[in-house]
Design a protein around this ligand. Structure first.
Ligand code: UD1
Length: 377
Protein backbone atom coordinates (compact mmCIF):
# COMPACT_ATOMS: atom_id res chain seq x y z
CA UNK A 1 0.00 0.00 0.00
CA UNK A 2 1.29 3.48 -0.85
CA UNK A 3 1.86 5.88 1.99
CA UNK A 4 -0.73 8.58 1.29
CA UNK A 5 0.19 10.82 4.21
CA UNK A 6 3.40 12.03 2.56
CA UNK A 7 3.16 14.30 -0.52
CA UNK A 8 4.49 12.66 -3.67
CA UNK A 9 7.01 14.28 -6.00
CA UNK A 10 6.87 12.57 -9.39
CA UNK A 11 10.19 12.33 -11.26
CA UNK A 12 10.44 11.75 -15.01
CA UNK A 13 13.35 10.03 -16.73
CA UNK A 14 13.42 8.94 -20.35
CA UNK A 15 16.82 9.02 -21.95
CA UNK A 16 20.40 8.32 -20.95
CA UNK A 17 21.39 11.88 -19.99
CA UNK A 18 18.47 12.06 -17.55
CA UNK A 19 19.66 9.29 -15.26
CA UNK A 20 22.71 11.05 -13.78
CA UNK A 21 20.56 14.14 -13.18
CA UNK A 22 17.87 12.44 -11.07
CA UNK A 23 20.21 10.05 -9.24
CA UNK A 24 21.66 12.59 -6.75
CA UNK A 25 18.19 13.97 -6.00
CA UNK A 26 16.97 10.47 -5.19
CA UNK A 27 19.99 9.76 -3.03
CA UNK A 28 19.57 13.02 -1.17
CA UNK A 29 15.89 12.31 -0.49
CA UNK A 30 16.74 8.80 0.68
CA UNK A 31 19.48 9.98 3.07
CA UNK A 32 17.49 12.80 4.55
CA UNK A 33 14.04 11.22 4.65
CA UNK A 34 12.57 14.56 3.68
CA UNK A 35 8.91 15.31 3.89
CA UNK A 36 8.22 14.17 0.32
CA UNK A 37 8.02 10.80 -1.33
CA UNK A 38 9.65 10.24 -4.71
CA UNK A 39 7.77 8.37 -7.43
CA UNK A 40 9.75 7.48 -10.55
CA UNK A 41 8.32 7.24 -14.05
CA UNK A 42 10.58 6.02 -16.87
CA UNK A 43 9.08 6.81 -20.26
CA UNK A 44 11.14 4.13 -22.02
CA UNK A 45 12.48 6.59 -24.64
CA UNK A 46 15.79 4.75 -24.22
CA UNK A 47 15.32 1.03 -23.75
CA UNK A 48 18.52 -0.81 -24.84
CA UNK A 49 20.20 -2.43 -21.88
CA UNK A 50 23.35 -0.40 -22.55
CA UNK A 51 21.35 2.84 -22.66
CA UNK A 52 19.36 2.16 -19.52
CA UNK A 53 19.91 -0.76 -17.14
CA UNK A 54 23.62 -0.13 -16.59
CA UNK A 55 22.81 3.40 -15.48
CA UNK A 56 20.09 2.44 -13.03
CA UNK A 57 22.36 -0.13 -11.36
CA UNK A 58 25.50 1.97 -11.25
CA UNK A 59 23.80 5.16 -10.15
CA UNK A 60 21.79 3.32 -7.55
CA UNK A 61 18.47 4.57 -8.86
CA UNK A 62 15.56 2.40 -7.70
CA UNK A 63 13.59 0.46 -10.31
CA UNK A 64 11.06 2.88 -11.82
CA UNK A 65 7.61 2.68 -10.25
CA UNK A 66 6.27 2.70 -13.81
CA UNK A 67 7.90 2.15 -17.22
CA UNK A 68 5.79 3.58 -20.04
CA UNK A 69 7.82 1.58 -22.61
CA UNK A 70 7.29 4.04 -25.45
CA UNK A 71 10.46 3.16 -27.39
CA UNK A 72 11.61 4.91 -30.56
CA UNK A 73 9.66 6.77 -33.23
CA UNK A 74 9.52 10.10 -35.01
CA UNK A 75 9.51 13.07 -32.65
CA UNK A 76 5.74 13.43 -33.02
CA UNK A 77 5.07 9.75 -32.43
CA UNK A 78 7.43 9.51 -29.48
CA UNK A 79 6.14 12.69 -27.82
CA UNK A 80 2.47 11.84 -28.41
CA UNK A 81 2.90 8.29 -27.17
CA UNK A 82 4.56 9.49 -23.95
CA UNK A 83 1.71 11.97 -23.38
CA UNK A 84 -0.99 9.36 -23.91
CA UNK A 85 0.62 6.89 -21.57
CA UNK A 86 1.58 9.44 -18.89
CA UNK A 87 -1.82 11.08 -18.40
CA UNK A 88 -3.50 8.20 -16.51
CA UNK A 89 -0.47 7.89 -14.24
CA UNK A 90 -0.92 11.49 -13.09
CA UNK A 91 -4.59 10.87 -12.37
CA UNK A 92 -3.66 7.91 -10.25
CA UNK A 93 -0.56 9.16 -8.38
CA UNK A 94 -1.73 12.76 -7.78
CA UNK A 95 1.71 14.25 -7.08
CA UNK A 96 2.10 17.75 -5.65
CA UNK A 97 4.51 18.47 -8.55
CA UNK A 98 6.22 16.80 -11.52
CA UNK A 99 10.01 17.16 -11.73
CA UNK A 100 11.57 16.99 -15.19
CA UNK A 101 15.24 17.30 -16.10
CA UNK A 102 17.17 18.41 -19.17
CA UNK A 103 15.79 18.75 -22.67
CA UNK A 104 14.81 15.41 -24.16
CA UNK A 105 11.43 14.56 -25.71
CA UNK A 106 10.29 12.93 -22.45
CA UNK A 107 10.87 16.26 -20.63
CA UNK A 108 8.49 18.30 -22.79
CA UNK A 109 5.96 15.49 -23.27
CA UNK A 110 5.42 14.97 -19.54
CA UNK A 111 5.57 18.71 -18.86
CA UNK A 112 2.73 19.30 -21.30
CA UNK A 113 0.55 16.66 -19.70
CA UNK A 114 1.17 18.02 -16.20
CA UNK A 115 0.49 21.67 -17.06
CA UNK A 116 -2.88 20.79 -18.62
CA UNK A 117 -3.83 19.16 -15.35
CA UNK A 118 -2.71 22.15 -13.29
CA UNK A 119 0.06 20.18 -11.65
CA UNK A 120 3.15 22.33 -11.00
CA UNK A 121 6.28 21.55 -13.01
CA UNK A 122 9.80 21.74 -11.66
CA UNK A 123 12.51 21.96 -14.33
CA UNK A 124 16.06 21.02 -13.38
CA UNK A 125 18.66 22.42 -15.83
CA UNK A 126 16.47 25.30 -16.96
CA UNK A 127 17.38 28.34 -19.05
CA UNK A 128 20.10 26.84 -21.24
CA UNK A 129 19.89 28.08 -24.83
CA UNK A 130 21.90 27.32 -27.95
CA UNK A 131 19.70 29.74 -29.96
CA UNK A 132 19.67 27.08 -32.66
CA UNK A 133 16.11 25.98 -33.34
CA UNK A 134 17.24 23.23 -35.71
CA UNK A 135 18.24 21.35 -32.61
CA UNK A 136 15.26 19.36 -31.31
CA UNK A 137 16.41 19.89 -27.72
CA UNK A 138 16.26 23.69 -28.09
CA UNK A 139 12.52 23.53 -28.73
CA UNK A 140 12.13 21.24 -25.73
CA UNK A 141 14.10 23.67 -23.53
CA UNK A 142 12.18 26.81 -24.53
CA UNK A 143 8.77 25.17 -24.15
CA UNK A 144 9.52 23.35 -20.90
CA UNK A 145 10.73 26.58 -19.28
CA UNK A 146 7.55 28.37 -20.36
CA UNK A 147 5.48 25.67 -18.65
CA UNK A 148 7.48 25.44 -15.44
CA UNK A 149 6.62 26.86 -12.01
CA UNK A 150 10.05 26.39 -10.50
CA UNK A 151 13.22 26.55 -12.59
CA UNK A 152 16.64 25.41 -11.37
CA UNK A 153 19.66 26.68 -13.29
CA UNK A 154 23.25 25.49 -13.61
CA UNK A 155 24.85 28.76 -14.67
CA UNK A 156 23.97 32.42 -14.21
CA UNK A 157 23.68 33.14 -17.95
CA UNK A 158 20.51 31.02 -17.95
CA UNK A 159 18.69 33.75 -16.02
CA UNK A 160 19.31 36.27 -18.81
CA UNK A 161 17.90 33.78 -21.32
CA UNK A 162 14.79 33.26 -19.21
CA UNK A 163 14.27 36.98 -18.71
CA UNK A 164 14.42 37.57 -22.50
CA UNK A 165 11.60 35.06 -22.89
CA UNK A 166 9.43 36.87 -20.35
CA UNK A 167 9.80 34.32 -17.57
CA UNK A 168 9.35 35.81 -14.10
CA UNK A 169 12.77 35.56 -12.52
CA UNK A 170 11.35 34.87 -9.06
CA UNK A 171 10.63 31.36 -10.30
CA UNK A 172 14.28 30.70 -11.21
CA UNK A 173 16.95 29.60 -8.74
CA UNK A 174 20.66 29.26 -9.45
CA UNK A 175 21.61 26.06 -7.65
CA UNK A 176 24.53 24.55 -9.59
CA UNK A 177 24.72 21.33 -11.50
CA UNK A 178 23.15 18.04 -10.39
CA UNK A 179 25.18 16.17 -13.02
CA UNK A 180 28.31 17.31 -11.23
CA UNK A 181 26.81 16.00 -7.96
CA UNK A 182 26.67 12.60 -9.67
CA UNK A 183 30.19 12.95 -11.02
CA UNK A 184 31.58 13.71 -7.58
CA UNK A 185 29.58 10.93 -5.94
CA UNK A 186 30.84 8.28 -8.36
CA UNK A 187 34.31 9.33 -9.48
CA UNK A 188 36.08 7.06 -7.01
CA UNK A 189 34.21 4.07 -8.47
CA UNK A 190 35.09 4.87 -12.11
CA UNK A 191 36.07 1.70 -14.00
CA UNK A 192 39.70 1.85 -15.27
CA UNK A 193 39.71 2.34 -19.05
CA UNK A 194 41.65 -0.88 -19.74
CA UNK A 195 39.07 -2.95 -17.84
CA UNK A 196 36.27 -1.47 -19.96
CA UNK A 197 38.14 -2.30 -23.16
CA UNK A 198 38.82 -5.81 -21.88
CA UNK A 199 35.18 -6.33 -20.92
CA UNK A 200 34.17 -5.52 -24.48
CA UNK A 201 37.01 -7.62 -25.95
CA UNK A 202 38.32 -4.65 -27.95
CA UNK A 203 41.05 -5.88 -30.28
CA UNK A 204 44.61 -4.47 -29.96
CA UNK A 205 43.62 -2.78 -26.69
CA UNK A 206 47.08 -3.56 -25.18
CA UNK A 207 48.56 -0.80 -27.37
CA UNK A 208 46.52 1.93 -25.63
CA UNK A 209 48.08 3.94 -22.81
CA UNK A 210 46.60 6.28 -20.20
CA UNK A 211 46.43 9.88 -21.52
CA UNK A 212 47.53 8.74 -24.97
CA UNK A 213 44.17 8.45 -26.65
CA UNK A 214 41.19 10.63 -27.53
CA UNK A 215 37.69 9.66 -26.48
CA UNK A 216 35.03 10.25 -29.15
CA UNK A 217 31.25 10.38 -28.65
CA UNK A 218 28.90 11.30 -31.50
CA UNK A 219 25.14 11.02 -31.76
CA UNK A 220 23.55 14.34 -32.69
CA UNK A 221 21.22 14.17 -35.72
CA UNK A 222 22.99 17.21 -37.24
CA UNK A 223 26.24 15.23 -37.31
CA UNK A 224 25.16 11.67 -37.99
CA UNK A 225 21.97 11.85 -40.08
CA UNK A 226 23.53 13.72 -43.02
CA UNK A 227 25.87 11.43 -45.04
CA UNK A 228 28.17 14.23 -46.23
CA UNK A 229 28.70 15.67 -42.76
CA UNK A 230 29.16 12.22 -41.24
CA UNK A 231 31.65 11.22 -43.96
CA UNK A 232 33.65 14.44 -43.45
CA UNK A 233 33.77 13.89 -39.70
CA UNK A 234 34.84 10.27 -40.01
CA UNK A 235 37.61 11.25 -42.44
CA UNK A 236 38.78 13.89 -39.97
CA UNK A 237 38.82 11.36 -37.12
CA UNK A 238 40.78 8.97 -39.34
CA UNK A 239 43.44 11.68 -39.86
CA UNK A 240 43.59 12.44 -36.14
CA UNK A 241 43.83 8.75 -35.26
CA UNK A 242 47.20 8.44 -37.01
CA UNK A 243 48.67 10.74 -34.29
CA UNK A 244 46.35 9.93 -31.42
CA UNK A 245 44.37 6.67 -31.17
CA UNK A 246 40.61 7.13 -30.77
CA UNK A 247 38.34 5.21 -28.40
CA UNK A 248 34.75 5.35 -29.67
CA UNK A 249 31.70 4.02 -27.78
CA UNK A 250 29.11 3.96 -30.58
CA UNK A 251 25.58 5.30 -29.86
CA UNK A 252 22.83 3.13 -31.45
CA UNK A 253 21.70 5.96 -33.77
CA UNK A 254 25.28 6.54 -34.98
CA UNK A 255 25.97 2.82 -35.45
CA UNK A 256 22.84 2.54 -37.60
CA UNK A 257 23.76 5.53 -39.76
CA UNK A 258 27.37 4.38 -40.26
CA UNK A 259 26.07 1.02 -41.51
CA UNK A 260 23.31 2.53 -43.63
CA UNK A 261 25.62 4.98 -45.42
CA UNK A 262 28.29 2.33 -46.01
CA UNK A 263 30.98 3.88 -43.79
CA UNK A 264 31.67 0.75 -41.70
CA UNK A 265 35.34 0.68 -42.79
CA UNK A 266 35.90 3.50 -40.27
CA UNK A 267 35.06 1.13 -37.43
CA UNK A 268 37.82 -1.25 -38.58
CA UNK A 269 40.67 1.31 -38.72
CA UNK A 270 43.79 0.17 -36.83
CA UNK A 271 43.83 3.19 -34.50
CA UNK A 272 40.10 3.40 -33.89
CA UNK A 273 38.89 1.31 -30.95
CA UNK A 274 35.11 0.85 -31.03
CA UNK A 275 32.84 -0.47 -28.34
CA UNK A 276 29.10 -0.48 -27.63
CA UNK A 277 27.58 2.34 -25.51
CA UNK A 278 29.10 2.05 -22.04
CA UNK A 279 27.68 2.57 -18.55
CA UNK A 280 28.23 5.61 -16.34
CA UNK A 281 31.19 4.27 -14.34
CA UNK A 282 32.85 3.15 -17.58
CA UNK A 283 32.46 6.51 -19.32
CA UNK A 284 33.86 8.24 -16.21
CA UNK A 285 36.94 5.99 -16.44
CA UNK A 286 37.33 6.59 -20.17
CA UNK A 287 37.00 10.36 -19.71
CA UNK A 288 39.53 10.66 -16.90
CA UNK A 289 42.09 8.55 -18.82
CA UNK A 290 41.71 10.37 -22.14
CA UNK A 291 44.12 13.05 -23.31
CA UNK A 292 41.21 14.93 -24.82
CA UNK A 293 37.58 14.40 -25.71
CA UNK A 294 35.84 14.93 -29.04
CA UNK A 295 32.09 15.06 -28.51
CA UNK A 296 28.74 16.45 -29.60
CA UNK A 297 27.11 15.64 -26.24
CA UNK A 298 25.77 18.36 -23.96
CA UNK A 299 26.58 16.69 -20.66
CA UNK A 300 30.15 15.73 -21.57
CA UNK A 301 30.98 19.40 -22.16
CA UNK A 302 30.15 19.99 -18.49
CA UNK A 303 31.75 16.83 -17.14
CA UNK A 304 35.05 17.57 -18.90
CA UNK A 305 35.02 21.09 -17.47
CA UNK A 306 34.51 19.65 -13.99
CA UNK A 307 37.31 17.14 -14.58
CA UNK A 308 39.70 19.67 -16.19
CA UNK A 309 40.06 17.63 -19.39
CA UNK A 310 40.23 19.41 -22.76
CA UNK A 311 37.02 19.01 -24.77
CA UNK A 312 36.49 19.79 -28.46
CA UNK A 313 32.79 20.14 -29.12
CA UNK A 314 31.71 18.99 -32.58
CA UNK A 315 28.89 21.52 -32.85
CA UNK A 316 28.51 25.09 -34.10
CA UNK A 317 27.20 26.37 -30.76
CA UNK A 318 26.62 25.42 -27.16
CA UNK A 319 23.79 26.00 -24.72
CA UNK A 320 26.38 25.68 -21.91
CA UNK A 321 28.60 28.75 -22.51
CA UNK A 322 30.23 28.59 -19.09
CA UNK A 323 32.14 25.51 -20.25
CA UNK A 324 33.82 27.68 -22.90
CA UNK A 325 34.19 30.90 -20.84
CA UNK A 326 35.49 29.24 -17.69
CA UNK A 327 36.03 25.58 -18.49
CA UNK A 328 38.03 23.39 -20.85
CA UNK A 329 35.61 23.42 -23.78
CA UNK A 330 36.32 24.68 -27.32
CA UNK A 331 33.58 24.78 -29.96
CA UNK A 332 35.02 23.35 -33.16
CA UNK A 333 31.96 22.53 -35.29
CA UNK A 334 32.31 19.93 -38.02
CA UNK A 335 34.88 21.64 -40.27
CA UNK A 336 38.06 19.58 -40.60
CA UNK A 337 40.70 22.26 -40.09
CA UNK A 338 39.21 23.62 -36.90
CA UNK A 339 38.96 20.15 -35.34
CA UNK A 340 42.49 19.18 -36.35
CA UNK A 341 43.91 22.53 -35.12
CA UNK A 342 42.23 22.12 -31.76
CA UNK A 343 43.59 18.59 -31.33
CA UNK A 344 47.09 19.76 -32.36
CA UNK A 345 46.91 22.56 -29.83
CA UNK A 346 46.09 20.12 -27.04
CA UNK A 347 48.90 17.81 -28.11
CA UNK A 348 51.37 20.72 -28.16
CA UNK A 349 50.31 22.74 -25.11
CA UNK A 350 48.03 20.48 -23.07
CA UNK A 351 44.99 22.63 -24.01
CA UNK A 352 42.76 24.82 -21.86
CA UNK A 353 42.99 24.09 -18.16
CA UNK A 354 39.90 26.05 -17.06
CA UNK A 355 38.35 26.32 -13.62
CA UNK A 356 35.33 24.83 -11.89
CA UNK A 357 32.24 27.04 -12.28
CA UNK A 358 30.43 28.51 -9.31
CA UNK A 359 28.23 26.05 -7.39
CA UNK A 360 29.44 23.00 -9.31
CA UNK A 361 30.37 21.73 -5.90
CA UNK A 362 28.37 18.51 -5.47
CA UNK A 363 25.58 20.17 -3.43
CA UNK A 364 23.08 21.16 -6.11
CA UNK A 365 20.59 18.44 -5.06
CA UNK A 366 20.57 19.73 -1.50
CA UNK A 367 19.74 23.26 -2.70
CA UNK A 368 17.02 21.94 -5.00
CA UNK A 369 15.30 19.85 -2.35
CA UNK A 370 15.29 22.65 0.20
CA UNK A 371 13.88 25.13 -2.34
CA UNK A 372 11.13 22.66 -3.29
CA UNK A 373 10.26 22.25 0.38
CA UNK A 374 10.08 25.98 0.94
CA UNK A 375 7.96 26.51 -2.13
CA UNK A 376 5.49 23.63 -1.89
CA UNK A 377 5.43 22.02 1.57
C1 UD1 B 1 18.14 11.51 -27.20
C2 UD1 B 1 17.88 12.98 -26.90
C3 UD1 B 1 19.21 13.75 -26.89
C4 UD1 B 1 20.21 13.09 -25.98
C5 UD1 B 1 20.36 11.64 -26.39
C6 UD1 B 1 21.35 10.88 -25.54
C7 UD1 B 1 15.76 13.90 -27.74
C8 UD1 B 1 15.15 14.79 -28.75
N1 UD1 B 1 17.04 13.60 -27.92
O1 UD1 B 1 18.67 11.43 -28.52
O2 UD1 B 1 18.97 15.06 -26.42
O3 UD1 B 1 21.45 13.75 -26.08
O4 UD1 B 1 19.07 11.02 -26.28
O5 UD1 B 1 21.51 9.58 -26.02
O6 UD1 B 1 15.09 13.52 -26.80
N2 UD1 B 1 17.90 3.80 -30.09
C9 UD1 B 1 18.16 2.50 -29.80
N3 UD1 B 1 18.08 2.10 -28.50
C10 UD1 B 1 17.77 2.94 -27.50
C11 UD1 B 1 17.48 4.28 -27.82
C12 UD1 B 1 17.55 4.69 -29.12
O7 UD1 B 1 18.47 1.69 -30.69
O8 UD1 B 1 17.73 2.52 -26.33
C13 UD1 B 1 18.01 4.26 -31.51
C14 UD1 B 1 16.70 4.18 -32.25
O9 UD1 B 1 16.96 3.91 -33.58
C15 UD1 B 1 16.18 5.61 -32.17
C16 UD1 B 1 17.46 6.40 -32.22
O10 UD1 B 1 18.43 5.60 -31.51
O11 UD1 B 1 15.30 5.92 -33.20
C17 UD1 B 1 17.36 7.73 -31.58
O12 UD1 B 1 16.85 7.62 -30.25
P1 UD1 B 1 16.04 8.85 -29.60
O13 UD1 B 1 15.68 8.55 -28.21
O14 UD1 B 1 14.96 9.29 -30.52
O15 UD1 B 1 17.09 10.02 -29.65
P2 UD1 B 1 18.65 10.06 -29.32
O16 UD1 B 1 19.38 10.30 -30.59
O17 UD1 B 1 19.10 8.94 -28.46
Amino acid sequence: MRDTSCPTLLFIVGARPNFMKVAPLFQYLKRHKESMKPFLVHTGQHYDKAMKAAFFDQLNIPEPDIDLEVGSGSHAVQTAEIMLRFEPILDRVKPFAVLVVGDVNSTIACGLVAVKKNIPIIHVEAGLRSYDRDMPEEINRVLTDQLSDLLFTTERSAHQNLEKEGIVLDKAHFVGNVMIDSLRNHLNRAVPFDETLKLHKVERRETLREKQFALLTLHRPSNVDNPEILKGLLETFEMISSDLPIVFPVHPRTGKMIQEYGFSAFLELPNVFCLPPVGYLEILGLMTSAKLILTDSGGIQEETTALGIPCSTLRENTERPITVDQGTNTIVGSARQKIVDCVDEVLKTGGKSGRIPEYWDGHASERIVSTIQERFL
